[in-house]
Write a protein that binds this ligand. Structure first.
Ligand code: PMP
Length: 285
């Protein structure tokens, strides 16, 4: 696999980053994951805009323009022959000569830029979309700026392990009695014709797939309520689902052992998935 590191395309075995890189020492970096379908990038613009925002919030200088970033994404997809898969991008505050809590001078420390691809043949027709996911609820113990897409993913990773141990596929996190989001996705339930999901704030990541799916809700003749909701409420729902760049729209069929409806993926989440894939393929770059 060819990867990109700081201006160079290299075989993955030759790519190197300093041990003083602040992402390695302090999780001082941000990332984006963009999916690729039929060799084209899905929602690239949204990811590029959010990346810019994450960098701004952390005072990391943006090392390249959106056009340059797109070019690197495309080259890597091409070089690695990716038809269906993902592009992972990470930008860190860089590698000063030593470990220090204080941010290094941006004049002397360049951000580190790393990109690699992941090949996922058949990404859009994953069997999980037909089977549905089981989720458990766990307490949300992450930091307070979940709107910034940092590489600080230890708690979400622990959450996935808790789910796995409980025989489930993922975890929904709960803060002060209300669901925030999934460990690596946004969370929703459907009751009647209404989609319910938590409103945007610093409590959740502003999902790019979330924005698109809520925009397409009208096309599926559905209403959207952005508000807090509890696990108990979601367990009474007709359907539930999650969204993310790598899973698109994925049905949830069980929450904390309670099956939703007949315990099988419902028609509305399936319809939203169909519309999302159809519409975003049309404008893929
Ligand atoms: N929430 C969290 C915590 C995430 O990690 C992700 C995906 N990285 C999402 C939501 C979904 O965001 P997107 O649709 O932009 O992939």
């Amino acid at each position: 696999r060819t990867v990109y590191v700081n201006g160079e395309f290299l075989p993955e075995t030759e790519a190197k980053v300093s041990i003083f890189d602040r992402a390695f020492l302090m999780a001082d970096g941000v990332y984006e994951v963009t999916s690729v379908l039929d060799g084209k990038l899905i929602d690239f613009d949204g990811h590029a805009v959010r990346l810019e925002r994450s960098l701004n919030e952390l005072d990391i200088r943006s090392p390249m323009t959106k056009e340059q970033l797109l070019e690197i994404h495309r080259e890597l997809v091409e070089m690695n022959g990716i038809e269906d898969g993902l592009v992972y991008l990470q930008i860190t505050r860089g590698a000063p000569g030593d470990r220090d809590f204080v941010f290094p001078d941006p004049e002397t420390t360049e951000p580190t830029v790393v990109l690699f691809t992941q090949n996922k043949p058949g990404l859009a027709d994953s069997p999980a979309a037909k089977k549905g996911m089981k989720v458990i609820s766990i307490e949300d113990q992450r930091w307070g700026r979940r709107d910034i897409k940092t590489v600080q993913l230890l708690y979400p990773s622990m959450g996935k392990m808790m789910a796995k141990k409980a025989g489930a596929d993922d975890a929904w996190m709960v803060m002060d009695g209300y669901v925030t989001e999934g460990t690596s996705n946004n969370a929703y339930y459907i009751k009647g014709n209404t989609i319910v999901t938590r409103a945007l704030s610093n409590d959740i990541l502003h999902g790019i797939t979330r924005a698109a799916v809520l925009r397409f809700a009208a096309e599926a003749q559905m209403k959207v309520e952005e508000r807090n909701f509890t696990i108990e409420e979601a367990q009474q729902a007709d359907e539930a689902f999650i969204t993310s760049a790598s899973s698109f729209v994925m049905p949830v069929v069980e929450i904390d052992g309670v099956p939703l409806g007949d315990g099988r993926p419902g028609p509305k989440a399936a319809r939203l998935r169909e519309i999302y894939l159809e519409e975003s393929r049309k404008v893929a770059v």
